[in-house]
Unconditional design. Structure first.
Length: 310
């Protein structure tokens, strides 16, 4: 895989994000309620359907699930622990720290699924659903614990568990696993209804990503922005690449996993920061800054990954 296919895969992602950014500035599309509704539609309905249909149909026989999970979770935990240990250095206060933590480990599922499908076709989409099933609960648990232990959010462990098990992405993946393992798969009649919904999830999601980008001043929390962006786009990909190689993960699952570990943080982090007492303004800056920086760093990471992983 040369640089050209990577750039071509990034092109539709970039264009859709830019279109969403432009639409948000047009008179008929400025309403926050419109984009809030679109985000809810994509997050609570369309994306879970995509994950369900992908996982329900995937043949996991060639994917070493335990080793892949370890190769993705271990670097994520290492980075998270490092941020916790250095919290007084990377952030000015505890609310800002929670945003740095989210910015350092979260990923934009829409971008990851779109790139995996563009680069590796149906196999990439299926493996991406597996990677999402591994990482979505992981980053949500870690992010929630960041708020929990630092007392900037609810103190109820039950509330934390409820938030994880009711996450629509987790539910979509779990339902897909049940359908897959049970042998039911995806009946043709159900596919005629679910496939169009799944196909709509990524373009609508990417438009919402663009519409949600906000301008920010680099002087506000400059250190936190730089540190979190370097961790997310350089350090985490580097550690993940080493882990994927050490665990001897096959090329396609390894590169798809590397994509998810190398893309910008998710817009859901802003919602979490706003609801649980984090620094929402810093989180918005991280989302915008990382999305732009990713267009430069991701091609380099994937070229290196292709060279290392084969």
């Amino acid at each position: 895989m040369s640089l050209v296919p990577i750039l071509l895969a990034l092109l539709p992602v970039t264009v859709l994000i830019a279109v969403g950014l432009g639409l948000r500035r047009l008179p008929g599309f400025r309403s926050p309620e419109f984009w809030s509704g679109a985000e809810k539609l994509a997050y609570y309905c369309l994306l879970p359907v995509l994950l369900f249909t992908s996982v329900a149909e995937v043949d996991v026989a060639h994917v070493p699930l335990a080793r892949l999970a370890a190769a993705l979770v271990v670097p994520t935990v290492i980075v998270s622990v490092g941020i916790v240990v250095a919290r007084r250095v990377v952030a000015d206060d505890l609310p800002a720290f929670t945003s740095v933590l989210q910015g350092g480990i979260r990923f934009n599922t829409y971008i990851g699924l779109s790139l995996a499908g563009s680069l590796f076709g149906s196999e990439g989409s299926a493996v991406a659903a597996i990677v999402a099933a591994i990482l979505v609960p992981t980053v949500n648990v870690i992010s929630s614990l960041g708020f929990e232990f630092l007392r900037t959010g609810p103190s109820s462990l039950l509330a934390l568990l409820r938030a994880i098990v009711t996450n629509p992405l987790v539910l979509g993946c779990v339902a897909g696993v049940v359908a897959n393992v049970s042998g039911l798969g995806l009946p043709s009649v159900a596919a005629t209804v679910l496939d169009p919904l799944a196909a709509a999830s990524l373009p609508i999601g990417l438009l919402c990503v663009g519409a949600g980008l906000q301008t920010f001043s680099g002087r506000d929390h400059a250190r936190a922005i730089v540190v979190s962006t370097l961790i997310k786009l350089v350090v985490l990909p580097g550690l993940s690449l080493a882990a994927l190689s050490a665990f001897d993960i096959p090329a396609v699952p390894a590169l798809v996993g590397l994509i998810f570990q190398s893309i910008a943080t998710a817009s859901s982090g802003y919602v979490m920061a706003r609801q649980l007492g984090g620094d929402a303004k810093l989180m918005a800056a991280l989302i915008a800054g990382q999305t732009v920086a990713m267009l430069v760093t991701l091609p380099v990471v994937l070229v290196i990954g292709q060279f290392v992983l084969g």
